[in-house]
Design a protein around this ligand. Structure first.
Ligand code: BTN
Length: 267
């Protein structure tokens, strides 16, 4: 993949490192961070041999098809605010797809983007020493998926019948992220983007199952709910700290934090 100098005009980007192949761009970015690499280092690979998702899942990363990139940042914020940066990343991708390519995605709080109800993007944010790594995987020109994920994953190509230049997408996404990130560093909360975020939230004003992480591994990969005992909540959107406000059947409100649960819409 070849980038022109225009990527360096994006305020957040200080350094771009491109691989033809690596195990995981998150691993590379972590190594760079440990060796003192600058805030704003973007690591991109044409393919990954061991792309990672959350909860020990893998992320399919074939050559020439998707975007696999990790941004190393050293934000001077309290550790408790880091999960909000993940939410900003999802919004940045959704904004770029909408504004520059007229593709309308939904956000599945906190980490995924959906297109026509299927997963198009996953985000894996990892904290290490004094830096964070935001890993972004986007299914762009993929023509097919493995049997095990074909019902839940899709690509921009499969949904729009067009191929996209990954370099252009990456620049547009980083521009949106840069704007959102610098505003966030000043405000240290998500107040200014709550309405926009909720308007994209797939579960907004819907009933959802809240699934503790210990259980997500036990659900089969086709994402069917197999346990009737899961409580049902009504989703009221995100709070300024990025948590998800939910109402239980008795009317009691609670705020769910990222990292502790997973949610599925009740159909
Ligand atoms: C998920 O779906 O749970 C998150 C997927 C994150 C995938 C990206 S691809 C670039 C970066 N490198 C990785 O190994 N993972 C992230």
């Amino acid at each position: 993949m070849i980038f022109t100098s225009s990527i360096y005009k994006i305020p957040i980007i200080k350094n771009v490192i491109v691989y033809d192949e690596t195990d995981s761009t998150n691993n590379r970015a972590k190594d760079f961070g440990k060796n003192g690499c600058v805030d704003g280092t973007l690591v991109i690979s044409d393919c990954q041999t061991a792309g990672r998702g959350r909860i020990g899942r893998s992320f399919s990363s074939p050559s020439g098809e998707g975007i696999y990139m990790s941004l190393l940042l050293k934000p001077e914020i309290d550790e408790s605010l880091i999960s909000q940066v993940t939410l900003l990343s999802g919004l940045a991708i959704s904004r770029a797809l909408n504004n520059d390519f007229q593709i309308n995605t939904n956000i599945k709080w906190p980490n995924d983007l959906l297109l026509n109800q299927k997963k198009i993007t996953g985000i894996l944010t990892e904290k290490c020493e004094d830096f964070i790594v935001i890993g972004i995987g986007i299914n762009v020109n993929n023509k097919q998926f493995d049997e095990s994920i074909k019902d839940i994953a899709t690509s921009l190509y499969l949904e729009t019948d067009k191929e996209y230049e990954r370099e252009e997408l990456i620049e547009k996404i980083m521009k949106e992220f840069s704007d959102l990130y610098f505003t966030f560093l000043k405000e240290q909360n998500l107040k200014s983007i709550i309405d926009e975020y909720n308007s994209k939230l797939i579960s907004y004003d819907k009933d959802i199952y809240v699934i503790p992480y210990e259980m997500t591994g036990k659900l089969n990969n086709s994402y069917q709910i197999t346990d009737d005992t899961l409580p049902i909540f009504h989703c009221m959107g995100i709070a300024p700290d990025g948590s998800l406000i939910c109402r239980d059947s008795s009317g009691k409100l609670s705020q769910l934090n990222t990292g502790e649960i997973s949610i599925r819409n009740v159909h």
